[in-house]
Each structure stands twice: as structure tokens, then as C-alpha cells.
Design a protein around this ligand. Structure first.
Ligand SMILES: [Zn+2]
Ligand SMILES: [Zn+2]
Length: 359
């Protein structure tokens, strides 16, 4: 069949909306008609070529849509199901067996190398296979191949455009607070960075019943939104961050902030590293201060959750009014993808969501 997709031909090049040919789904594949897809910071990193993704490539990894066909090995969803897409994992390694697929031994190839496996359906341009399975989806397109492990069925009355970002940005922020750190009632947390991940963390900290919820960012309109979502204090400079905290969560990916973040931790405090740090950087840590205070440092991928268990929980919070995602989102027609990326890069929009189909 023919589909339309936003293709990037080489690192740093613009998106081009082109018509491509798509095979029928292979044994393990779920063919999803994409209605909406969020724009995530990682899409920008991949488009610039800062991660070793293959080009030409179709990005997009917060897809939401309707299943139109499934391969014979897929038993968990069927045509007509409304689904949110998340990241891809192997399903069998020790981490996957422990419901921690973010630490799957095959996380990197299955999410960043972009291709479908031999014997599975592929996407073609003029007889050449295109890298059309980033994060097991490549959802900047009218249709995408997903897999049994990365589709989560939701009720048909729910808004796909608003819930699309649950599959990466929102679960990363909320999962870090609720599952990895398990912030408890009355505890204190400082959240560095008020993007989609940081603001999702704020909403989750409110759900957790946290006491002090302090949000740091240099964009004041983001801090205003953070207070509206439940941050108890906001600051625009690290020097103004007044600890100690039970938890500090860094979503900025700026290594230079981390030594200061460590100093803001209280006794037995935990620093969560959630940002997209450039590889090869180091952070100075005084081992004696870590030892003497019982502090911990933990890395977090995608919140440290299993999307098939955690996304339904987030949907319940959304229904209960505890996750007002519509406040983070601005929608754009698919054809305005460059404009949506620009709005995200400048910080003007927290979470752009592209609309491929609005019925
Ligand atoms: Zn695995
Ligand atoms: Zn993402």
C-alpha cells in the first residue's frame, strides 16, 4: 500500500513529506494507521545525526492511532483497536522478564537502528528499503509498523492526540517519580528542566503527595505552567535552588549542573539522571561525601517502567483529571512538521503534537 511519511535524507536535513510503499505486516508486526505523534527531544537529537541512526530515516516515537492489520503471531491487539505506541524491546532478556524493558539488552538496536527485521514487512522508496522502524514505530507517517510489545490498547473514547506523548516523554517524567524514585507523601523533590519530561514529573509528584516540589528552568512561561500544575516553588537559576531535597531529578542533560545538583541532596537523597547527556562527559563526585551521606545516583531510561503496565495507569490519572496533558500540548497539521520542531527547539511550545488524521 501507499503511505505518506516525513523522511530525513541525511543528518541535519529538513523533513520531506513523500509517498512511500509499505508491505503487508510480517508475522510479529502491527500495522497502525497513525492519527497523531508527539515531537520528542530525542527526535531532534536523531535528526541532527548525534545518535548513529541510519539515513534516510523516518523519525517519530510517540505515535497514536488505530490498528488496521496484524501479523499472525500478534494476539494482544486486533484491527479497530485504538493504541498508543511506546519504545521497542526484546521481551525475553532478564530486564524485559523483570518488566524493565527500558534496560533491555537490545534497547539500542531495537530503538535506534531503525530497520525492520528480515522476513517482516518493510517501507520502500523507489525499490530501496528506508529506515522505517525507529523505536519500533517511525510514526511521523500516516501508517507505521509496531510490535506486540510496544502497542498499548486504550478505550476508543479517549483523545489520541492528547495521549500520544504518554509513550515517551510523559511516561519518562511520571515513571521516574512514581516507579524509579517512588517519591512518598511529604517528601521533597527538585526537578531540573521544565520541558515535557520535567512537567510530567511535577504532575506525578503531586499525585505522589510530595511536599516541596521545586521546578528549575530559565523560561519563565514554563515555570508559570509548572506552578499551575502543582510546583510549590520555581527558580530560574541553580544558585537559587534551596535544598536539601530527598530527590533531585535532572531532565536537562547538562552535565555542568550535576555537581551542584549533588550538593542539594539531603541525607540518603537520590539524584536521578534522566537527561540526554552527550556521551563521553564526566561529573566530579566526592566519594567521601557520597559514602558519608548515603546518597545515591541512579540513571533512568523511559522512567524505568513497563509501558504495558504503566501507560494504563497514566490513562486512569488522565481520566481523573490528575494529568492535564492538554496544558502541555499544541497541535500542528502533519505538513507543518518543521514549524512544530522549531517551536520545540526554541522552547515556545512544551509538546508539539502532529496530527496525521483527525477523525
Ligand atoms: Zn529485552
Ligand atoms: Zn522520546
Amino acid at each position: 500500500m501507499e503511505i505518506e511519511a516525513a523522511v530525513v535524507d541525511a543528518p541535519g536535513e529538513p523533513f520531506r513529506l513523500v509517498r512511500l510503499r509499505m508491505d503487508a505486516p510480517g508475522p510479529d508486526q502491527v500495522l497502525v494507521r497513525i492519527h497523531a505523534c508527539g515531537v520528542c527531544h530525542t527526535d531532534m537529537v536523531m535528526r541532527e545525526g548525534a545518535l548513529p541512526v541510519p539515513f534516510p530515516c523516518i523519525f517519530g516515537h510517540e505515535g497514536a492511532g488505530v490498528v488496521t492489520a496484524v501479523g499472525p503471531d500478534v494476539t494482544t491487539v486486533e484491527p479497530g483497536d485504538h493504541v498508543l505506541l511506546s519504545f521497542h524491546s526484546c521481551g525475553t532478556c532478564p530486564a524485559c522478564a523483570d518488566h524493565q524493558p527500558g534496560y533491555c539488552g537490545e534497547f539500542f538496536p531495537r530503538n535506534f537502528l531503525g530497520g525492520t527485521e528480515p522476513g517482516q514487512g518493510a517501507i520502500w522508496r523507489d525499490g530501496d528499503r528506508i529506515a522505517g522502524n525507529i523505536f519500533g514505530q517511525s510514526a511521523f507517517a500516516t501508517h507505521a509498523f509496531a510490535h506486540a510489545d510496544n502497542v498499548v490498547r486504550i478505550d476508543r473514547d479517549l483523545p489520541l492526540a492528547i495521549l500520544a506523548p504518554l509513550g515517551c516523554g510523559v511516561q519518562t517524567g511520571a515513571g521516574t517519580v512514581l516507579e524509579t524514585l517512588r517519591v512518598g507523601p511529604g517528601q521533597s523533590i527538585a526537578i531540573l528542566g521544565a520541558g515535557a519530561v520535567g512537567l510530567s514529573a511535577v504532575m506525578a509528584a503531586v499525585i505522589a503527595g510530595a511536599g516541596r516540589i521545586v521546578l528549575l528552568d530559565r523560561h519563565h512561561h514554563r515555570l508559570d505552567l509548572g506552578r499551575e500544575l502543582g510546583a510549590t516553588e520555581t527558580v530560574d537559576d541553580m544558585a537559587k535552588l534551596d535544598g536539601p531535597f530527598d530527590y533531585v531529578m535532572d531532565t536537562t542533560g547538562v552535565p555542568a549542573l550535576l555537581p551542584h545538583a549533588m550538593e542539594k541532596l539531603g541525607l540518603r537523597g537520590t539524584l536521578a539522571l534522566v537527561g540526554a547527556y552527550p556521551p563521553g562527559q564526566t561529573m566530579p563526585v566526592d566519594p567521601s561525601s557520597v559514602m558519608g551521606t548515603g546518597r545515591r545516583i541512579v540513571g533512568v531510561v523511559e522512567g524505568g517502567i513497563d509501558p504495558r503496565q504503566f501507560i494504563p495507569r497514566l490513562v486512569d490519572y488522565y481520566r481523573a483529571g490528575k494529568l492535564p496533558l492538554e496544558k502541555l500540548i499544541r497541535t500542528y497539521p502533519f505538513a507543518a512538521i518543521e514549524e512544530a520542531f522549531h517551536a520545540s527547539e526554541t522552547g515556545a511550545v512544551i509538546k508539539p503534537v502532529l496530527i496525521m488524521r483527525d477523525d
